[in-house]
Design a protein around this ligand. Structure first.
Ligand code: DNO
Length: 388
């Protein structure tokens, strides 16, 4: 695996010089200052690339060139937005960057209810709590018919917890969902959020899949011509939330995606955290099955709970057998003769990072460093023992 670290650009407290010290050789980043749907100009791309190279690192994956909402909806100026997307692909290829991660989640990208959930050892983790999600949907944003999407026991717990929450706790929950997470495109208010959701009224899973297929059939031939690998990120969490359809949650969804257009450029970001939150997903089996369509790896481990909640555990613990995952990855790498870019993804906030409030949630340096180090050791051990 090509060990990498995500970097959020100039304002990221984790600097390129820190990433270099982690032992990673690759950087994963995006032009975060360019509004979603606009063209990435060569000059801007080159500036970031040069900074990364000057730090002795390589820009191994773009995460992400976001897909504009109008493309997901196939509405309004979606044709212009698709042309912009294609132009951005041409421009990154001109800078010799050939790997692009993207997602097709409506309105929200990744979602958590707790950004600083205390672990027993004093560190904090990201958490998705089903009961808190129900509180947000049913009692804070008051989405019509939201109650129908939750079991009676979750709703009962939600009512009880909501009655005890302080104003600050309610505000923190709202902020965690609407504007807490790094890498997401917008900071949203409830009103704007409701209006964005309303755009999806009546849009089914099949419709959204058709729109994804339409998008891919427009961009993948160009990507293939340019030698670019597109790698879709699975939905996180892998369930429908806010009444919105989510379509990249399971093995079946990934089969559908690959069937939309057969090309080496139509591939997957295999995120063991997102896919691992769905208990039906057998991750090592899926790695073996989708072998040559996996272009990028996000390795992290969530611990699932019975009601559908989960939190980000240590990278080698949690509900996913990371040994089996890395073993499967190393086998497909050997067969394909590739070294796949991997980033350790969400780490715990711990040690000195607990005092550094400016660090991005899930993207502090020490927690990710620990995750990377653990996975690096696991990789070495498996390689040696299997003589890979
Ligand atoms: C969260 C990330 C996601 C991911 C996008 C890719 O930590 O994995 O925000 O970057 O979904 O488009």
């Amino acid at each position: 695996m090509k060990q990498s670290f995500r970097w959020f650009g100039e304002n990221d407290p984790v600097q390129l010089s820190h990433i270099k010290q982690s032992g990673a050789e690759g950087v994963v980043t995006a032009l975060h200052h360019i509004p979603n749907g606009e063209i990435w100009e060569v000059e801007e791309i080159q500036k970031v690339k040069t900074r990364i190279n000057n730090a002795g690192l390589e820009w191994v994956f773009i995460e992400s060139i976001p897909v504009h909402e109008n493309i997901k909806l196939r509405k309004g100026d979606y044709k212009k937005r698709m042309e912009n997307y294609k132009q951005s692909l041409k421009n990154i290829a001109a800078c010799n960057i050939k790997n692009v991660c993207y997602n097709f989640m409506p309105v929200l990208d990744w979602t958590r209810t707790d950004l600083f959930w205390k672990l027993g050892n004093g560190a904090t983790a990201l958490r998705f709590d089903k009961v808190k999600m129900a509180i947000f949907e049913c009692f804070i944003m008051k989405r019509k018919n939201a109650e129908n999407d939750y079991s009676k026991s979750v709703l009962d717990n939600a009512k009880l917890l909501f009655s005890k929450m302080t104003i600050v706790e309610k505000r923190n929950l709202q902020d965690a969902i609407l504007k807490g997470l790094p890498g997401t495109v917008d900071d949203l208010t409830i009103d704007v959020f409701k209006a964005m959701i309303a755009e999806y009224d009546g849009l089914t899973h099949a419709d959204l899949k058709a729109n994804l297929s339409y998008f891919l059939n427009a961009v993948i031939p160009l990507a293939e011509e340019l030698g670019i690998k597109m790698a879709i990120h699975p939905d996180d969490p892998p369930i429908d939330i806010m009444g919105l359809p989510r379509i990249i949650k399971s093995e079946r969804d990934l089969e559908d995606l690959l069937g939309f257009i057969d090309s080496p450029s139509n591939g997957i970001t295999f995120c063991t955290g997102s896919l691992g939150a769905n208990p039906a997903n057998d991750l090592p089996k899926m790695i073996t099955k989708f072998a040559d369509k996996i272009h990028f790896l996000h390795l992290r481990n969530v611990r699932r709970e019975v009601d559908g909640s989960f939190y980000e555990d240590n990278h080698l613990e949690g509900s996913t057998d990371m040994y089996k995952v890395v073993e499967a990855v190393l086998k497909i790498e050997k067969e394909r003769g590739v070294n796949l870019p991997m980033r350790p993804d969400h780490g715990h906030q711990m040690l000195h990072d607990l005092e550094q409030q400016s660090a991005y949630c899930g993207y502090t340096s020490i927690g990710r460093l620990k995750g990377l180090a653990e996975i690096r050791g696991l990789e070495l051990g498996i390689k040696r023992s299997l003589a890979l």
